[in-house]
Design a binder for this molecule. Structure first.
Ligand SMILES: Cc1cc2nc3c(=O)[nH]c(=O)nc-3n(C[C@H](O)[C@H](O)[C@H](O)COP(=O)(O)O)c2cc1C
Length: 183
């Protein structure tokens, strides 16, 4: 395989989202043979099982992008000690109709940044729970819990000096994980 296509799923729709900035900075740390595409989840309808028989174009296009990927990168805030509803909706959309779960088998990494002290720990744990059921092999270590503070990103939107090596190490481990789980 020459290139690894990574579907990047950000759990925040906010224009100035820290998690989106984090995802963009991580993509810049990825190896040259990793091609990362940000997947829009804000345009998906709310999941309704009645629509399984005739999914909307937005859902079909979303599922096709996930199916074409070699790996997944989830970067999410924590909302009320869990994952944002928009992310859960995307996970549900990709998991159905029954037997057509597009997430299955795709190696994933999970991380996030919040303004709170526990740095999305509970959101990540909830996400891992869902991904386990969806048969997604998810990198377990190192775990990453980030609290956003002044200077976390530098003026160019890259990871600031305090966390750069730490996150580069995580990206390297994630890249190894993706490579290892190709069929
Ligand atoms: C609905 C809502 C619930 C939140 N709940 C939590 C929470 O449980 N834990 C936490 O650390 N921060 C929580 N926050 C604060 C987020 O960490 C903060 O808004 C962060 O900037 C969201 O990520 P984003 O910048 O990527 O949008 C919450 C924010 C919102 C809007």
């Amino acid at each position: 395989m020459n290139q690894f296509k990574i579907a990047v799923v950000v759990g925040s729709l906010r224009k100035d989202s820290f998690n989106r900035q984090l995802a963009q900075a991580l993509v810049r740390l990825a190896p040259a043979d990793f091609v990362c595409e940000f997947i829009d989840i804000g345009n998906l309808p709310l999941y309704n099982q009645d629509a399984d028989a005739q999914p909307s174009d937005a859902v079909l296009a979303f599922k096709a992008k996930i199916q074409a990927a070699n790996g997944l990168l989830f970067v999410t805030p924590e909302y009320n000690r869990s994952i944002p509803g928009v992310l859960k909706n995307a996970l549900d959309q990709g998991s159905r109709p029954y037997g057509q779960n597009v997430w299955a088998g795709l190696p994933a990494g999970v991380l996030g940044i919040s303004i709170g002290a526990i740095g999305t720990a509970l959101a990540q744990q909830h996400l891992r729970n869902v991904l386990t059921f969806l048969d997604v092999p998810t990198l377990q270590q190192p775990e990453i819990f980030l609290q956003h503070k002044e200077g976390f990103f530098d003026a160019d939107g890259n990871i600031g000096p305090a966390s750069k090596d730490f996150l580069q190490n995580w990206v390297n481990r994630y890249a190894d994980w993706v490579r290892k789980h190709q069929k």
